[in-house]
Design a protein around this ligand. Sequence first.
Ligand code: RNT
Ligand code: ZN
Length: 418
Amino acid sequence: MSRNQELFAAAKDMYGNLGVDVEKAMSVLDKVELGIHAWQGDDVRGFEKDSFTLTGGCQVTGNYPGRARNADELRKDLDLALKLIPGHHRVGLQGHQVDRMLPGVDRDGFTIENFRSWLDWAKEKKIGLDIAPAFYGHDKLDHNLSLAHPDPAIREFWINHGIACRKIGETFGRELGSPAIVNFWMPDGFKDTPADRFTPRKRMMESLDRCFAEKIDAAYERDTVEQKLFGIGVESCTVGSHEFYMLYAASRGKILCFDTGHFHPTEQVGDKLSAIFCLMDEIFLHVSRGVRWDSDHVIVVNDELLSLARESVSYGYLDKIHFGLDYFDATINRIAAWVIGARDFQKALLVALLEPAGAKEAERSLDGTTRLALQEAAKTLPWGLVWNEWCERRGVPSDFDFMNEIRAYEKQVLSARG
Ligand code: RNT
Ligand code: ZN
């Protein structure tokens, strides 16, 4: 037996004594598909034209060399990231990450022709694709308003962008054999106290109804709506608040998207899942990490992530949740950002899958003392050894080694990008 095998065998024994089947945990983890967010690779700039300003209350800071400047470069970077993340995953696009522009065609007229090479690539890799309309970084976002803008012509432009992305999503879903998530997040909001919060919300609701007027087969496409508390320059009111979307989704049969960076800092999305699942069948997650005013730091294994993972696995929700990542950091190697964040979420899921059943049992008999003792005892169990074994069996480098490939790629490919 190699040293690693011995270590794993010891861990397996320890878990076995607590009634935990590590083999089963690993095979459940195998089936969890993550939505890898392509926009970490191009700093959310998209590929419509060279000059781009990110608007809508998000900011990407940093200037680490190697940003993907076109869809081809982005796909190459994603190829490497996907290779270093164990398991089988899908890729999420933003609606401006086109692979080509067509003369005279703006976002309101995009079709699958603007995304053809993405589709070909995904087919070849046998992965699913998602797409989110990009309601930001465009002149038509005026006074930080899109679907809620008072001018019907501006609303029309954005409604048509929403519809365009749904149709592109439908094609992705049909051709790739896996429904595309089409996520609606609009930055609409106000820097200072609005005199009227109601009218913009009403306009937003009506615009969304127009976007969703055409019924699309759920086998190909699923609409999700994403709330937000505030953004930079949109501090006083966000039109698409949590309450707005909860009721919108419930009344229209849409899927709620929870971005974990979009709530008050002490509010945790982990606590919300069970509440939603009492009355809804599916959830889309944007797994992210809020740090002060920024909602999009690279995720790390922290209490919030562990709670989210725990809540996701505890009640058999894994196949009811669509897991998407959503963060962007341009101060570090962007491929490493994907790989570290995705693997960290998998680690959090593994910790949850390896949780001994004792605490739940203690709770059933209202024994809070034993529950606390067991919860704390579980924290020192050797899940890292199971993680290492899982990576090895899936032919993926360990946490200490995956940077070697990323550094080599950085030297050969990224540094030449200028
Ligand atoms: C913004 C939302 C949204 C974006 C993407 C790029 O706060 O989280 O999901 O991150 O549209
Ligand atoms: Zn998000």
